[in-house]
Design a protein around this ligand. Structure first.
Ligand code: SF4
Length: 302
């Protein structure tokens, strides 16, 4: 009953505020059900760029709302739980990028979208897991610095054949998945297709049939014609996959790869943020303009 009341109140408020609600694939089911659009970082950034809404409620983590604020300086960007961070984004600092640039003059800097606005502002290009390979392929600079996800960087090296100068950060949720977890799942489900997110370790990706971003995983399931899948990413992905493909079976590693930062948004917090129009995410204009260049290059590729 409380849930119905909250959803009703959110629906009234979102109309009044002319708000759009965007949610990442790893968000809790009740948040995904509420959202106008559910997707991965690239899809959400695209939606944020094209929306005509006056208010963007971002159900995800801090860097995602910042990316929306970079793209939409004239709109209000709300992050219902401002403490939702990303340990991967926290591994790299603007000073770290400047140091690498000094060591490698002439190198292009490609930064995964899982990074702060201040780090994006120091970068030449942003990318997501969905277009990192295409972004690197599009660059002619003799050297490329890739930050902050080392596993994604090594995957891009494998796919492009280019040697990258890699910042050794990682997503603790994906990095925790081990080859033995995958082998065990394969023994238990011998007919399953293995689909892995590129934030997983290289030795895990070696065991995968397909490597894909969360949005790419929908395409893999659609196109494969298979009924059973081993999915190597954050376990929240089980909800949108099961919703879209109710007749297929999805298996995740044990212990469950669960990102606590992705689970802190609740209906209560969405309702409160729309009612109070807080907490707002803003980016200083000078930082925003520099970060925008890198984000726009990301959106222009693939
Ligand atoms: Fe960051 Fe990993 Fe959580 Fe995504 S799943 S928000 S990359 S810690």
């Amino acid at each position: 009953m409380e849930r119905e009341r909250l959803v009703e109140s959110i629906n009234v408020l979102r109309r009044e505020r002319e708000a759009v609600i965007l949610a990442h694939n790893y968000q809790p089911p009740e948040i995904q059900d509420l959202a106008d659009f559910v997707g991965d970082s690239l899809g959400l950034a695209r939606k944020a760029a094209e929306t005509e809404a006056r208010v963007v409620v971002f159900c995800g983590v801090h860097f995602m709302a910042e990316t929306s604020a970079i793209l939409n300086p004239d709109k209000v960007t709300l992050l219902p739980e401002p403490r939702a961070g990303c340990p991967l984004a926290d591994t790299v600092t603007p000073e770290g990028i400047r140091t690498l640039r000094r060591l490698h003059p002439g190198a292009a800097v490609v930064t995964y979208v899982n990074s702060t606005a201040a780090v994006k502002a120091e970068s030449d290009y942003c990318c997501t897991s969905g277009n990192a390979v295409e972004v690197v392929r599009s660059i002619e600079a003799p050297e490329i610095i890739f930050t902050p996800d080392g596993n994604l960087g090594r995957y891009v090296e494998r796919e492009t054949g280019r040697r990258l100068i890699i910042w050794e950060g990682c997503c603790p949720i994906h990095d925790r998945i081990r080859p033995e977890d995958v082998r065990r799942l394969k023994d238990e489900h011998p007919g399953a297709l293995v689909v892995a997110h590129p934030e997983c370790r290289p030795e895990v990706l070696e065991l995968a049939d397909e490597v894909a971003s969360t949005s790419g995983m929908f395409r893999v399931v659609e196109d494969s014609g298979r009924e059973e899948f081993i999915v190597l990413t954050e376990s929240g992905m089980g909800y949108p996959l099961g919703k879209r493909f109710p007749d297929r079976r999805f298996h995740f590693p044990s212990p469950e790869p669960l990102c606590p930062d992705m689970k802190v948004v609740t209906l209560e917090k969405v309702e409160r943020s729309l009612r109070e129009m807080e907490p707002r995410i803003t980016v200083p204009e000078e930082t925003r303009l520099r970060a925008l260049r890198a984000v726009e290059r990301m959106l222009a590729v693939g």
